[in-house]
Design a binder for this molecule. Sequence first.
Ligand SMILES: Nc1ncnc2c1ncn2[C@@H]1O[C@H](COP(=O)(O)OP(=O)(O)OP(=O)(O)O)[C@@H](O)[C@H]1O
Length: 271
Amino acid sequence: MSAPAYRDPIVLDDLSAEYPPHGPSSGCVALRGVSLRVRSGEVLGVLGESGSGKSTLARILSGRGTVDGGVAPRITGGDALVMGHSARRLKARERQSLTFHVGYLRQDAGARLDRAHTVADLVAAPIYERDKRFSRREAGMRVASMLDSVRLPLGVLDKYPYELSGGQRQRVAIAQALVLGPQVLIADEPTAGIDVTVRDSVVDLLAALHGEHDFAAVIVSHDARVLRHAAATVAVLKAGSLVGYGTMQDVFTAPTHSYVAELAEALRLSE
Ligand SMILES: Nc1ncnc2c1ncn2[C@@H]1O[C@H](COP(=O)(O)OP(=O)(O)OP(=O)(O)O)[C@@H](O)[C@H]1O
């Protein structure tokens, strides 16, 4: 299940994607000719208003296809290469390899943790999904070390999601996304739904984990302030098109689109 040779973990080449018509839904173009790349160890922030295509992009990059049994986005033009795998032509075996190497923190991940399982079982789940006979002892050690990484006490191991705060649940979800030691992390709105007082600590945690584990990451947010400390480069989407791309500094000091100028102004006001 090794990945093909590649230079940059993520390369988007003129990527267009849409949701095909489904039942009463008439379908929708979600991404329009997006090109960008994420280099090894780089953190890219993806910004955009609601409906701009951020989650669609995250979903495609994660290699997971559909979530919640909904319609999966279909690539209609260009391609996304993730660790050398073409998202457009992903075979089942390649998908397995990709999902092993790419951690995915889906939108509302903390809130969606299965209430019927303890933290220990939830964080270990990706390990046993891969290998049912994996050593319990080794998995336990890995889970404990992940909890430590996400700054949670071992006392939460036997707790259920409903016994934790929103911020703690999100940390459990982050531990789950990282337990297989991915080379790429895709985090979709990691601070959404979390109390404003702990929002910064979740972003700081992601930045610290990135420093410790050196994965490449794509962090999606509708809020530029969330990305300010975590991402060096940023891609701004508007109605599925890329309207800003480069270092945070370049994108916001010389905006090339009125929407990016609005974001830059909001950032300045929040300083
Ligand atoms: N399963 C789906 N079926 C049909 N259309 C969809 C589906 N999911 C998203 N869309 C549409 O695709 C477009 C992009 O949606 P997407 O969820 O990627 O946006 P987003 O930027 O992540 O928004 P938000 O910040 O609200 O999560 C929107 O117009 C949305 O209505």
